[in-house]
Design a protein around this ligand. Structure first.
Ligand code: ADE
Length: 250
């Protein structure tokens, strides 16, 4: 898996790729990160990448030719990316389903904006525009790294085993069940008895029930994308007609 990231702040992005599971996978050459500084593609000796917006208004806009040169450099160095993703609050909302789709690709290229964002013509240079939520960040870097985190952990070469993410929140269309570890009692709070019963069937049933209860309580919207097998039963299956089980409307 290759990730290329075009940004005005490579120093914000690089450290994230050097630690933990990502850092280990990079060391083992199982995944790679190539971080491009958009300023290197300014095309002028002052390294200026932005300009005032046509029609007036506050803030600066990043030039389309700068983004185009950066994308061309990525293509020349690493080949055509499977996806060129522009991070923007106006993009398609990131979901677990999207992360699962992106995780199947070999090369994701991210274009991170700052200031008032990019010249709108940059949209013609990318394959998709993605938002990580309905709020506005100061730039696209955290959003790009969010997609890196959400996709890399789905790759067996990064995580080591597939099992751990198959029962994640959202993978089943529901939130995850609660987990506990030692100590058995902490400040009067005890681990549910069933978990220490040694009865795996009961543990499984309890976990499913908890997942449904939590989802009903905290994110009832998620259950719109799932079908309860029966009222009492706790097993849930994703509605195959629904492209994205996590979205409110489709
Ligand atoms: N850039 C600024 N805000 C963003 C958001 N919510 N998602 C993706 N990119 C962004």
């Amino acid at each position: 898996m290759k990730y290329s990231i075009c940004t005005l702040f490579p120093q914000l992005v690089t450290p994230w790729t050097e630690e933990g599971l990502l850092g280990r996978a990079v060391e083992k050459e199982l995944i790679s990160f190539d971080v491009y500084n958009l300023r290197d593609f300014s095309g002028n000796k002052h390294n200026k990448v932005d300009d005032t917006p046509y029609g007036g208004g506050a803030g600066m806009v990043i030039r389309v030719d700068v983004a185009a040169r950066a994308i061309e450099a990525v293509k020349a160095d690493l080949g055509e990316p499977d996806e060129i993703i522009l991070l923007s609050p106006a993009g398609e909302p990131l979901t677990q389903a999207m992360a699962e789709e992106l995780a199947t690709k070999d090369h994701l290229c991210f274009i991170c904006g700052r200031y008032e964002g990019f010249d709108a013509r940059v949209e013609q240079l990318v394959t998709r525009e993605v938002s990580i939520g309905d709020y506005v960040l100061m730039g696209g870097e955290v959003a790009a790294l969010t997609i890196v985190e959400a996709t890399a952990r789905l790759r067996t070469e990064v995580i080591g085993s597939e099992e751990s993410h198959q029962q994640d929140s959202f993978s089943s269309g529901m939130l995850d069940y609660p987990e506990y570890t030692r100590p058995l009692t902490f400040e009067g709070m005890t681990v549910p008895e069933v978990l220490t019963s040694g009865n795996h069937g009961k543990v499984d049933a309890w976990r499913k029930e908890m997942a449904v209860e939590r989802t009903k309580e905290r994110r009832p919207d998620l259950l719109e994308g799932a079908t309860l097998v029966s009222d009492k039963e706790t097993s849930i299956t994703k509605n195959p007609n629904k492209k994205n089980g996590n979205k409110k409307s489709d």
